[in-house]
Write a protein that binds this ligand. Sequence first.
Ligand code: GUN
Ligand code: ZN
Length: 449
Amino acid sequence: MTADGVHHARACVLTAAVIHVPRDPFAEGAGALEAWDDGAVAVAADGRIDDVGDASRVRSRHPDRPVVDRRGAIVLPGFVDAHIHYPQVGVIGAFGLPLLRWLDERTFPFEARFLDLAFAEREARTFLRLLAANGTTSALVFGAHVASAMEAFFTAAEVSGLRVASGLVVADHGMPAALCTTHERAYAEAATLAERWHARGRLRYAVSPRFAVTCGDGVLAACGALARERPELLVTSHLNESRAEIATVRAAFPGDRDYLAVYERHGLVGPHRVFAHDVHPSDDELERLAAAGAAVAHCPTSNAFLGSGAFPYARHRRAGVRVALGSDVGAGTSPALLHEALQAYLTQAGLGPEGEPLTTAHLLWLLTRAGADAIGLGDEVGDLRPGRAADLVLIEPPPGSALAAVLEHAEGPDAVLGACLALAREGAVAETWVQGAVVHRRSDVGIVA
Ligand code: GUN
Ligand code: ZN
């Protein structure tokens, strides 16, 4: 970062093993993966990729570009986290509770601490640092219920260089009084924040009703009104996560045919609207999500941790619903999206014939392109094709680690990716780049030019 707080790109040819999934593996199978053992990514001065392929060819096509020699590293597109909560880092690891008790007893009280602006500022910086340290370059972030805490968050997000969409979370009952709002305030505060922050650099605004358990029709209508007036904003919420939650919503909205219908009635379901979880959807809800072009953020460690259930991936795929991946910190067990991909695989494998058999190509797709498409960044990031922004993760196993030992024997991209998905976590992320600029560098990694 420079003194002005901006991360600047530098034209270069980055040499390393390179793997990405530019085509949909659910449609194309294993052929969707593209990889080069001795590969290179050429980054132009504007931070965009203008070439990718075999190192010798890329270097010869760009003889004047400085070479950043990272042979030994594995370069992947930056990860896209479609659902993670900024005010929940301190809640990670609150074992032993199902969703509604976990919220009441552990999470809402912690989120109330974000009324303290200095606390919110510190947590915002920590949260963003953890995203970059885990290879996440773009995220749809569930925010706080406090407007000043969101102002602090957007301010820190701008400095971080990451691509962040977020918004003020709103609810009007079933939470500590200090976190509840009114429909007038919900609209006014969100509109002001959206005006200030949406489309400012890499930041965007997401209209964020908490969920239908804590939002009445007034607050949902305020969200719907803002989303209608400013269709370029994102919308995000929670849906069909646990059976007890669904029963609560059905009791609160007896006139609606199901959980999704509550959001539909307020105009909150459509493209670039992302609903976290959807562990227990009806077939009808899946059809309507698909028809609307809305996305589901699958949060596998969270679903296992809270005992919410096993995500019905195959039903989502068959219905044509977009699925992306979310870490859902703090019900999720870490900000490491790589770990979420492993848990997605484990969950589906555990379902036997009902499960969706996920390959390494599917998992890299979920980590990258699927998320980019879901949060409206599909034209900008998600793979390493020329024209995309150079948002990259460099995986370098720490010396002596299990990952280093496994990679010694890994031949071909499937084995290399498999090793990374099984074993790479925060400690294996050597660098994270956004738009050709380094936003995170592990402390033991020297600056290589
Ligand atoms: N539903 C409403 N709020 C939350 C939350 O913070 N975490 C999870 N997992 N589900 C929710
Ligand atoms: Zn969530």
